[in-house]
Design a protein around this ligand. Structure first.
Ligand SMILES: [Zn+2]
Length: 272
């Protein structure tokens, strides 16, 4: 009896070794349901913090791109367990930033449109963000915090709506570091993985995957004007990124052609 309880506790604390969509080992200590809850709480928090855009044309444009990327059949082709009904909010802010959270939440800051200048480029950013969620990177990041003993009660505290310090750590783990002022950037492997997933997703949704390269070039250019885009502080770019994206173009272009033949041709109008 006693042994059973100890075993259960060990099981609960040791988490599980899982495999990411690209075959990497991952330590994840939280259940999908816990992650959904953390995503939902964090999204609610950001919505209280940031003004929500009332510009119908901008919102319709970003929604059009997000809808094309979050079609259940597309997401399930990459992650068969995907069942979320994704929600989008556009924030009225100059930040060059975007995020996606477990549970199916996407946030786009209006300032992002300075770097993501076409529907295809915007799809590259949102696809990359969804890639982090499909590959459970938030779970890995928060688990790492847990493992380094940021606090075993972190989850309880966050869900109990007290202890803002821990709440902010969790939000940083979910990729919201720029929003809470705690930089916990995704790692290079996580970035590459999200690039791979995002590229496939955008191409299958009927967006030109070549735009992913232009997007990262634009990101670099935006940061050239003084002040790094918030996006790059949590999604650090590395010198190989564009080379990797270029190397994967042939395959991605095939998905893109296929998608177009199957009638996947999102028609999202850039607002004036
Ligand atoms: Zn990233």
């Amino acid at each position: 009896m006693k042994h059973g309880i100890v075993a259960l506790m060990l099981l609960g604390l040791s988490g599980c070794l899982a495999t990411s969509p690209t075959g990497r080992n991952q330590l994840m200590m939280f259940s999908a349901e816990q992650m959904r809850q953390l995503g939902s709480e964090s999204f609610a928090q950001i919505k209280q913090q940031e003004p929500i855009s009332q510009d119908a044309a901008v919102v319709a444009y970003v929604q059009c791109v997000a809808d094309a990327l979050t079609q259940p059949s597309l997401l399930q082709a990459i992650d068969p367990s995907q069942q979320e009904r994704w929600q989008l909010v556009v924030f009225e802010s100059d930040q060059v930033n975007a995020f996606a959270l477990p549970g199916g939440y996407i946030g786009v800051y209006r300032g992002l449109l300075k770097a993501a200048q076409t529907p295809d480029q915007l799809a590259a950013v949102i696809g990359h963000e969804i890639g982090h969620v499909l590959a459970n990177h938030g779970n890995e990041q928060v688990s790492r915090g847990q493992a380094t003993n940021v606090g075993l009660q972190m989850i309880d505290v966050a869900l109990g709506a007290s202890g803002t310090g821990n709440r902010e750590m969790i939000m940083a783990g979910l990729g919201l570091g720029a929003q809470v002022g705690i930089m916990l950037p995704f790692g290079r492997q996580q970035e590459s993985e999200s690039d791979v997933i995002g590229l496939e997703l955008m191409a299958r949704a009927g967006f030109d995957p070549a735009a992913a390269i232009a997007l990262w070039q634009n990101m670099a250019q935006v940061s050239g004007g003084g002040g790094q885009p918030e996006f790059l502080s949590t999604h650090p770019s590395h010198s190989n990124r564009i080379a990797e994206l270029s190397r994967r173009q042939a395959e991605a272009q095939q998905w893109y052609q296929q998608a177009q033949q199957q009638g996947q041709r999102p028609n999202c109008k850039v607002p004036n």
